[in-house]
Design a binder for this molecule. Structure first.
Ligand code: ADP
Ligand code: MG
Length: 630
């Protein structure tokens, strides 16, 4: 029997015994059924009290912690000792019921994520030479080619090698609009192939798939404690000791005041229950676990409660430009070179064949479209934030921005081949050079994502004061994009190398908490330096998943605004919970001290408050991260 079911069975047994005891007590007084009532009460103490006592003693011995369970057991025993066994039984019954309810409620936050795991099919069709065979998914290894029929779920992370079609990726990104994918595109485990017949080459081991990583991250995140959670636990522990001491003191004082030891012990038991910090301790995890789960279902992975709490307090959002604010899909606008354009492009595409940068991809695409074969190069090396350097048949060749040109000693000659309009156009400029000589240049541009204006507007509407742009691109380009998005020149930092981005993020933190939002290309260090590093489009990128505190699996700034809203709402709910829990406790304790508060009323107030706090946290589960229209 699992822990959950045994908990459930014991709770039902406790309730049944309690009902029997109550029926015998009130329903059949005078029938001489006193022994039957005593028997029923005894079984309530066993089924309701023993598990709590067991947990309390376990915590005391293994963790040297005073558990809240202990307070309840002591209070129930004290009540029984002064002849109020029925009241003690009510306490144990309600405590058992609320503990079970809490467990089931908190379990919902976990199951919300684990359900993803069950989506993976068990068997897959793979190509073996001429044949297709069906195999167990566990046996797939990178390199296998899986055949996917329409409507089938993708069993592994891989790349399409044949066929094209729409894929529903909502399980991963939370995005319900299908994505059209062609050969070369990545597909992810647990997504659905809607109508194409696809052949997919397996690229990752099962355990390394995006879904597996997501589940692992969310599970780790749920275990990682948020600062306020740590506080409420620390507080709970000190407080539990204080409550026990206070109850003993109350017993002593009321006895001395002439209340009689029995009445004093009853009062002490009531105070013990009234002052128990159950609600305070559960109020934070109830909200945080719900928020982490609901965020994950919307394609936003928080790496822990701390990231959630920090995001809620961010004052400055600093965005990388290329691939984050913009689509990253560059279009070549202009080509200028000495001599034949075809040779120029062949050399440029040859060196860019070794780069992962979006610019490189645009150049390769253009060469491909014109049927130009890239000229091979050797020893290609990336200069982050600047470009590429390599060696070809004629010597050292490079492609990159003006800073790289300068590094290669080519500054003075820039004007020689490049007309001034190319130099000053508000477009990204890529120069191709050999040593100190510039062979030509291309300009390219990309567009803000459709989701960017709406996402930024939502952040501003939420009261985020500062929105900054950090880019390795030229100032003119950055300002053009900034103007479209309402980011002022003062908030634009251009011509940055990756290390400059780190420095600027550090500078910005002087003014308040900073979130850096990047795509993980060239900006892992800035992601790590910020108070919260947020990676976009993380579904395919291991670097981004690693370096960030928050990963947005869809390329959508609107999700960021939603995550921010959720984080703020979570901290609001935590605050509500803490205030309510402390208020309720104060009222009950005051009632116990200055008035004759009956034990059952204290019990109902206390357990009711705890359940309310949990339910208040669980409201977040019904608050999905939605897609925003820009
Ligand atoms: P961003 O901050 O806009 O994301 P990066 O730091 O990735 O940009 O790159 C900064 C600049 O360096 C680019 O705008 C481009 O001019 C140049 N650059 C980087 N990589 C390459 C490349 N592979 N080919 C040509 N230029 C490059
Ligand atoms: Mg970038």
């Amino acid at each position: 029997m699992t822990e959950d079911t045994s908990r459930l069975v014991l709770t039902w047994a406790t309730i049944a015994a309690m009902a029997a005891a109550a029926a015998l007590h009130w329903g059949a007084p005078g029938l001489g059924a006193g022994w039957a009532e005593a028997l029923a009460l005894l079984s309530v103490f066993f089924t309701g009290g023993l598990p709590a006592a067991h947990r309390a003693i376990g915590a005391l011995i293994t963790e040297r912690q005073l558990d809240i369970d202990l307070l309840m057991v002591v209070a129930a025993l004290a009540a029984a000792a002064v002849g109020a066994a029925l009241e003690g039984a009510v306490l144990l019954t309600l405590f058992s019921l609320s503990t079970t309810l809490e467990h089931r409620a908190m379990g919902r936050t976990r199951r919300a994520i684990e359900a993803l795991m069950e989506l993976r099919p068990d068997r897959a069709l793979i190509r073996r030479g001429e044949d297709t065979v069906e195999v167990a998914v566990e046996t797939l290894v990178p390199g296998d080619v899986v055949i996917l029929r329409p409507g089938a779920r993708v069993p592994v992370d891989g790349v399409i090698v044949l066929g094209e079609g729409a894929i529903d990726e909502s399980t991963i990104t939370g995005e319900s609009v299908p994505v059209h994918k062609t050969p070369g595109a990545q597909v992810f485990e647990a997504t659905v192939n809607l109508h194409g017949v696809l052949e997919i080459e397996v690229r990752r081991e099962l355990g390394a798939s995006t879904v597996a990583r997501m589940i692992a991250l969310v599970t780790e995140a749920q275990a990682a404690r948020a600062p306020s959670e740590r506080f409420s636990e620390w507080f709970g522990q000190r407080y539990t000791i204080a409550v026990l001491a206070g109850a003993v003191l109350a017993f002593a004082v009321f006895s001395v005041l002439g209340l009689g030891w029995q009445a004093a012990l009853y009062k002490a038991a009531t105070l013990l229950v009234a002052a128990s910090p159950c609600a305070i301790v559960i109020s934070v995890p109830a909200a945080i676990l719900s928020a982490l789960s609901v965020a994950a279902r919307g394609g936003v992975l928080f790496k822990g409660g701390a990231a959630l709490e920090t995001l809620a307090r961010v004052e400055t959002f600093a965005f990388d430009k290329t691939g984050t604010l913009t689509t990253g899909r560059q279009e070549i606008v202009d080509i200028r070179c000495e001599g034949a354009e075809a040779e120029f492009l062949a050399r440029l595409a040859g060196i860019e064949a070794h780069s992962e940068h979006p610019i490189a991809e645009a150049i390769r695409r253009l060469a491909d479209a014109r049927g130009i074969l890239p000229l091979p190069v050797r020893e290609a090396k990336a200069v982050p934030g600047e470009g590429m350097v390599a060696v070809d048949d004629l010597g050292v060749i490079w492609a990159g921005n003006a800073r790289l040109a300068q590094r290669m000693g080519a500054r003075a000659e820039t004007g020689l081949v490049l007309p001034a309009d190319l130099e000053t156009a508000p477009r990204t400029l890529v120069l191709l050079g050999r040593g100190a000589k510039i062979l030509g240049g291309v300009t390219c541009e990309d567009r803000p994502r459709d989701s960017t204006p709406g996402g930024l507007a939502a952040l501003r509407a939420a009261g985020v004061g500062q929105i900054a742009m950090l880019t390795g691109d030229r100032r003119a380009v950055a300002e053009r994009i900034g103007a479209e998005l309402g980011i002022g020149a003062a908030e634009i930092h251009a011509d940055l190398r990756p290390e400059d981005k780190v420095r600027i993020v550090a500078d910005l933190t002087a003014r308040g908490r900073v979130a850096f939002v990047g795509d993980g290309v060239n900006d892992a260090a800035a992601l790590a330096r910020a108070d919260v590093g947020i990676a976009m489009g993380a579904a395919g990128s291991e670097v981004a998943l690693q370096a960030a505190d928050v990963a947005l699996l869809a390329d959508d700034i609107g999700r960021l605004a939603e995550a921010h809203r959720l984080a703020r709402r979570t901290t609001r709910i935590i605050r509500q919970n803490l205030i309510f829990a402390m208020g309720a406790m104060l009222v009950l304790v005051a009632g116990g001290l200055f008035w004759h508060l009956p034990l059952p009323v204290a019990v109902i107030g206390h357990e009711g408050g705890t359940v309310l706090v949990v339910l208040n946290g669980l409201r977040l589960l019904a608050d999905p991260i939605r897609k925003r229209r820009g």
